[in-house]
Design a protein around this ligand. Structure first.
Ligand SMILES: CC(C)(COP(=O)(O)OP(=O)(O)OC[C@H]1O[C@@H](n2cnc3c(N)ncnc32)[C@H](O)[C@@H]1OP(=O)(O)O)[C@@H](O)C(=O)NCCC(=O)NCCS
Length: 163
């Protein structure tokens, strides 16, 4: 059993590969976790359906509570962590870290040696998660996002070496 942020006990999450059939569950998590910054239905559908992506979902008692999607490019040893989100009711319970480990595993399996991602420069919880999980800050990317988060559209690009 795990503790949630509200200190109720929850079952251990199950980790499995996601697919288009999970769209509804992923969309719920996405909207609850990102609010106005959430990917819309079409974008999530694209993310799940394109050939060169792998989505991992975490479920608790059969319900999707978190997901992560990683993109791969042909002839590239760099994968891209496109999105990761944990339902607010389950944040802070270690599911983010579990998904990050799964992203590492999937990337290694595909022969990648590095993972790159971008996050809002003011997204402290995400930055903490990434740094705690072995990512290093690479650069600040000005005006990367269309909609500001806490007043900034800048992104921090981070990179993790899998060697
Ligand atoms: C960022 C996010 C994925 C983290 O997932 P999570 O399951 O809550 O994270 P975990 O419980 O595995 O915690 C991992 C680390 O993240 C950091 N962290 C998590 N929540 C945090 C918070 N509210 N404040 C500060 N740091 C936090 C901690 O450093 C923690 O490590 P520690 O417990 O060893 O100190 C989750 O908060 C989320 O979905 N946020 C909204 C969507 C988002 O911002 N996604 C990333 C976009 S790039």
């Amino acid at each position: 059993m795990m503790k949630t942020t509200r200190m109720m006990m929850i079952s251990e999450p199950m980790i499995r590969r996601g697919n288009l059939g999970d769209l509804e569950g992923i969309e719920k998590v996405e909207n609850r976790a990102f609010g106005e910054h959430a990917y819309d239905h079409q974008a999530l559908q694209y993310m799940l359906a394109i050939a060169n992506s792998v989505t991992t979902v975490a479920t608790v008692d059969g319900t999707i509570v978190a997901y992560a999607t990683v993109y791969f490019r042909k002839n590239s040893s760099i994968s891209h962590l496109e999105s990761i989100a944990v339902d607010p009711d389950y944040q802070g319970t270690g599911i983010g870290k579990i998904l990050i480990r799964e992203v590492d595993r999937v990337s290694e399996e595909r022969g990648c040696s590095r993972i790159v991602l971008e996050t809002f420069e003011k997204n402290v919880s995400a930055l903490n998660l990434y740094v705690r999980s072995g990512y290093k800050v690479k650069e600040l990317v000005l005006n990367y996002y269309r909609t500001p988060y806490r007043g900034s559209r800048n992104a921090i690009r981070l990179e993790k070496s899998l060697d």
